[in-house]
Ligand binder design. Sequence first.
Ligand SMILES: [Ca+2]
Length: 414
Amino acid sequence: MKKLILCILAALLFCLPAVSVSAEDAAASTLPDFSDDFESYEVTGNPIEEDTAVTEKWENNVFRGGDSVGMDAHIYNVGHIEYEQEDSGNKVLHLKNTTGADSFFYMGPAGDYRVKDFTVTFKVRFLVEDVIERSWVGISFRKKAQVHYTGTNNLMFVLQRYAASDAVAGNAFSIMNGGEPTDLASVGSLYGDKLSITQTPYTVPDAVAGQDMPWIEYKLEVSGNNYKIYADDTLVCDCTFDITAFDYFGYLSLNCCTSNVLIDDFSVTVNDETLPPEVLPIATPEVTLNAEEGRLEWNEVGGAYAYRVTFADGNERTVYTAYCALDSLEPGEYDITVTALSEDTFFALNSEPSSPVHYVVSGESEDNGDEGGGGTGDEGGGCNSSAAGALGGAAAVMAAAACALALRKAFKRR
Ligand SMILES: [Ca+2]
């Protein structure tokens, strides 16, 4: 019996470190949840882009110091931290961008906050002042960059409230490759059975048409290819969109347009079981010199759409082949590298530059037999002769002429 107890104790002791390590692993294996009740900010009357406490926690192009014109002009002076009511201690985010059909605002959790499966909730109060027709507010997600929603792939699931209505409705949009938004309820059979969407308007209790609405809770549940919007726990939009174009960890943002809304108690609960994938460089090309052909050659790299051949700082060429002819190089010595360019830098970065291939094009130093002829070993020698052939005597003549000119100038200066 004693032996048995000892055995059990030993087994437990053996297990303890393993348990604690796996607990640590679990702690670091997903992104943290994100929340903001807006209580930590000052009520200053200034827009939120002027409050570093906001811009450290949230991100958009203006918060990052982006331009105040063009696309971003819509983002300026939209958000303010305010008290819910004059005598209320509760602080809220007031977003107002009622003017113009192209009014627009977004902000998302700052940094590399890419999620795939998650739940977002926030409270929203639809106001009517200055609202021309309707306000919409919601979440743009599976974004490939934290930018304007028409600048990136993303899905956007919003609540809309017509000011003249006492109800809200859930709407679903998809944006492919940064293009125009598509209302998924209007595309008919374009996606066949890969797309299904049901929408049910929600009449808000105690709401009065044409007046400010009471608080309601927006909830978006994202799980794989199924997306559900709830208003006060009533399912208002249920959408399954089974295409691979949105099957990845992406950024998310709070978006609104033509709106006058109060926002409070924003939270993201991450349901992913892993961290977002690391974005790594694609493979580095293995470059060799084909002396006979007078060109560099390399293996095709998976995930590359093109290759950047760098001859020197500021002297580079992009090619769409797995080789690059060298016959147009000026005389001189080069350490040429090739970088594979990623098809989509959201998923994988450009490769590291390849090991340099030393290459000499004769002309400037034809008298320097050892260096010019074969100073770079077999590659340099073979290449050199080929390049010299390709360039012909013209380059050598030009180089010699340049040399003579330089000498003449040097003499004049004396
Ligand atoms: Ca609050």
